[in-house]
Design a protein around this ligand. Structure first.
Ligand SMILES: Cc1ncc(C[n+]2csc(CCOP(=O)(O)OP(=O)(O)O)c2C)c(N)n1
Ligand SMILES: [Mg+2]
Length: 554
């Protein structure tokens, strides 16, 4: 059977379990995708097309691969605009499949912008389909990379979507994805270091979520009786009401990081970026680094013991070894849980007060505290924006299930929260879904709000409206950090609830702390019938939150 390239791609995507594709037009594979019955989720810009698919891969932990298409080729306007989304997906290691038009044969070198070299810097693989009959080969290779090893985006450029090939010559079989188990000798050495440590600490990264290893993480932590911190991107990998959970950031995290003499890092690159901790006195600690990718070993800090392999198999093997060495008893329980509780109580004291605050304008922590009261934390999705909402929520928001909260952003590209919320609704349509944003994030998402109405996506956008760009405090405000690039029109000048209400959202503006819970309930009720909601919480400027250890505030 002779078919065209675009139809071949559409059929293979269906074989791979893909039933919708996010897009911004034009891309020459789109019509075939539509003809083959693929649901096309059309966003309002190319960056969002990438970000929604990217977020879908993150939220489903790669179990369902997000796929997007956007314009490329000689007129690569879409691709150039999508670059921000691609760079973020690459930075955060998200297994998203991106399909774009390729520069046709005979047209290379015509434009100023070099597609191939730019795409190579933001992808695990950039494949240029130079012959139509290579469709099955390229798709096989793409899905192998998307489902194996360290996650990252794959970009396929299709220079001629209507060229034909024989579909029966190389029949496509779906790709499973492969994992590797760690070397048993490394497991033994790692557990020896762990058991001889006086103050070990588990540092869990997003690899735990991608490996579906939250249960194994909990089992190891409990048997070895080791406290746990998670990275921003792994928030929720460990239940945050567990007696061994220390936090993502805050004074208690600082305390345990400083105190530790061994760090068991699992599924984290341990890269001290803009939104993660440094390991204090790293040279004096034994760092046991469990990772799927050898490129992270000895990357920043000296690795005392590496364990390379899948996080789930690694955690299973570590737990078994701890059990074998301790005749099933694990490390003595001692007072660890009490110590964690005391440190958390101390670290949280001021935030707990703020979460009950009656002050006006509303303290943002009151919104977060009330949000936790309204949501079923076992069946909801919350995400943050770049700026104070990230820093505050990652300090206090209790996450009880993996991906009940999506932390994101090794670099944090404003506007991603709405894309994440759209993807969360696609992944779990019955889950209450809330994106918490400041005004900068809101500005980036305004154009895409129509998508929620058109697609009947019951998402709530909760706006912490404080009339200024805060960003990276402390001291960002007014005469503080960036005095000339701070103030924007705030709630006294513009009523955003009217603006967004006129679009068709259920919208409210809340000034009274006592109105937060009723307003959230009304928004979630509107969401349940497929209507998106926007609530503007008129808040004070309050740049207070847990710090990243070892990073001076800028
Ligand atoms: C694409 C992009 N450009 C610039 C930044 C830098 N940045 C981080 S937060 C921020 C302003 C945030 O202000 P707002 O949304 O009002 O949040 P607030 O902190 O006030 O709650 C800026 C400009 C970014 N994160 N992403
Ligand atoms: Mg603001």
């Amino acid at each position: 059977m002779t078919i065209d390239v675009a139809t071949g791609i559409a059929r293979i995507l269906k074989q791979e379990g893909v039933d919708w594709v996010s897009t911004f037009p034009v891309c020459r594979v789109n019509n075939a995708l539509g003809r083959e019955g693929m649901t096309m989720l059309m966003l309002r810009d190319d960056r969002y097309a990438v970000a929604v698919a990217d977020a879908f891969s993150r939220i489903t932990a790669g179990a369902r691969i997000g796929v997007c298409t956007f314009q490329g080729g000689v007129n690569a306007a879409g691709l150039q605009y999508a670059y921000a989304g691609l760079a973020q997906a690459y930075e955060d290691g998200s297994p998203v499949l991106c399909i774009t038009d390729g520069v046709p044969a005979g047209s290379s070198g015509n434009s100023q912008f070099d597609v191939a070299s730019s795409m190579k810097t933001v992808s695990k693989w950039f494949g240029y389909l130079d012959k139509p009959e290579r469709v099955p080969e390229f798709m096989r290779r793409a899905f192998t990379m998307l489902r194996s090893g360290r996650p990252g985006p794959v970009i396929l450029a299709i220079p001629n979507a209507t060229a034909t090939y024989d579909e029966t010559a190389d029949p496509y079989r779906p790709v499973k994805g492969w994992k590797s188990a760690p070397d048993p000798a490394d497991i033994r050495a790692a557990v020896a270091l762990l058991l001889e440590a006086r103050n070990p600490l588990i540092y869990a990264g997003e690899g735990v979520i991608y490996a579906g290893a939250s249960g194994e993480l909990k089992a190891l932590a409990e048997l070895a009786n080791v406290p746990v911190i998670t990275t921003l991107k792994a928030k929720g990998a460990f239940p945050e009401n567990h007696p061994l959970f220390v936090g993502v950031r805050g004074d208690q995290v600082e305390h345990f990081l400083h105190k530790s003499d061994a760090i068991l890092a699992v599924g984290s690159s341990l890269s001290p970026g803009r939104f993660s901790h440094r390991i204090p006195d790293a040279a004096k600690k034994n760092i046991i680094h469990c990772n799927v990718d050898e490129l992270h070993i000895n990357k920043i800090y000296p690795t005392a013991q590496a364990v390379i392999g899948d996080a789930r198999m690694t955690l299973q093997a570590l737990r078994q070894e701890v059990s074998d060495r301790t005749s099933g008893a694990g490390r003595p329980v001692g007072t660890m849980a009490a110590e964690v509780k005391a440190a958390r109580d101390k670290g949280f004291a001021k935030y707990r007060e703020l979460m009950a605050s009656d002050e006006k304008p509303i303290n943002p922590y009151r919104v977060y505290g009330d949000l936790m009261k309204v949501l079923d934390l076992h069946n909801s999705f919350v995400t943050h924006e770049s700026g104070n909402t990230r820093d505050q929520l990652s300090t206090v928001f209790d996450t009880l299930i993996p991906r009940g909260f999506l932390g994101w952003g090794n670099v944090s590209t404003l506007g991603f929260s709405l894309a994440a919320a759209i993807a969360a609704k696609k992944a779990s349509p019955n889950r209450a879904t809330v994106a918490v944003t400041g005004e900068a994030g809101l500005g980036y998402m305004l154009g895409n709000l129509e998508v929620l109405l058109r697609e009947k996506l019951g998402v709530t956008v909760a706006h912490i409206s404080n009339g200024g760009f805060a960003g990276y405090g402390p001291g960002f405000w007014g005469p503080g950090h960036d005095p000339f690039t701070h103030a924007v029109l705030g709630p006294d000048e513009v009523d955003m609830s009217k603006v967004i209400g006129a679009l068709g959202f259920h919208s409210e503006r809340v000034r009274e702390p006592t109105e937060i819970i009723p307003a959230l309930r009304r928004a979630l009720a509107a969401n349940a019938s497929g209507r998106p909601a926007y609530i503007e919480f008129v808040c004070c400027q309050y740049p207070v939150y847990g710090q990243w250890v070892g990073r001076s505030s800028e």
